[in-house]
Design a protein around this ligand. Structure first.
Ligand SMILES: N[C@@H](CCC(=O)N[C@@H](CSCc1ccccc1I)C(=O)NCC(=O)O)C(=O)O
Length: 221
């Protein structure tokens, strides 16, 4: 049996955070190797650990997986977070891909130059409130169950909670018009493995501070 998964990324959310959420929700302990400077990335690139010369990279089950979606798919399949059949998996994929589109907006906001932030912020809040959250409110209303798909926890529930919390960091009352998402947030946050991940001191990463951005950018650009 292989040891704990090892995540290779900088010490921040970026593209690795959804993977941390899935492992935590599945109750899987994981280790992290943080890239602190460009040389740390170059070393991984040179030793052939990065198929496309990029991170995230997760060492798991004797593999060095790259590409966020591929990593998330593997973890979801392995830990039964992907529904019970093809149709449930198709629904989960649809929901998660939409969430990834919103996550891309939320994730990149902190790294934008000052003159691009205001327009980007308005767009991402508009999309959250008028394109994405209404869909998930309607899904919950439609079947009246606790989870988005198949009435069991899936990666869709985990990633929805993640982006709800990220959106609330930007606009605390963003769920004001979504009562079912408010109760969903409370319910999923209370699942023991997720509750533990939400406690201070867990491996969940904070919102990046403006003064940290240049150091992170120097690793990659
Ligand atoms: N499609 C890949 C993209 C990976 C990617 O863009 N990785 C970047 C780091 S994350 C970049 C990022 C992304 C979001 C927020 C902050 C930051 I920094 C990288 O390794 N760049 C080096 C290179 O391409 O040579 C995935 O989904 O994993």
């Amino acid at each position: 049996m292989s040891g704990k998964p090892r995540l290779h990324y900088f010490n921040g959310r970026g593209r690795m955070e959804p993977i941390r959420w899935l492992l935590a929700a599945a109750g899987v302990e994981f280790e992290e190797s943080y890239l602190e400077k460009k040389e740390d990335l170059t070393k991984l690139q040179k030793d052939g650990s990065l198929l496309f010369q990029q991170v995230p990279m997760v060492e798991i089950d004797g593999m060095k997986l790259v590409q966020t979606r591929a990593i998330a798919n593997y973890i979801s399949t392995k830990h039964n977070l992907y529904g019970k059949d093809m149709k449930e998996r198709a629904l989960i994929d649809m929901y998660v891909e939409g969430m990834f589109d919103l996550n891309e907006l939320l994730m990149t906001y902190g790294y934008l130059p000052a003159d691009k932030k205001q327009e980007h912020f308005a767009n991402m809040m508009d999309k959250a409130e008028n394109r994405y959250f209404p869909v998930f409110e309607k899904v919950l209303k439609g079947h009246g169950k606790d989870f988005l798909v198949g009435n069991q926890l899936s990666r869709a529930d985990v990633q929805l909670l993640e982006i709800i919390l990220m959106a609330e960091e930007c606009k605390p009352d963003i769920l004001a018009k979504f009562p079912l998402l408010q109760s969903f947030k409370a319910r999923i946050s209370n699942i023991p493995t997720i509750k533990k991940f939400l406690q201070p001191g867990s491996q969940r990463k904070p919102l990046i501070r403006e003064e940290e951005v240049p150091k992170v950018m120097k690793i990659f650009y």
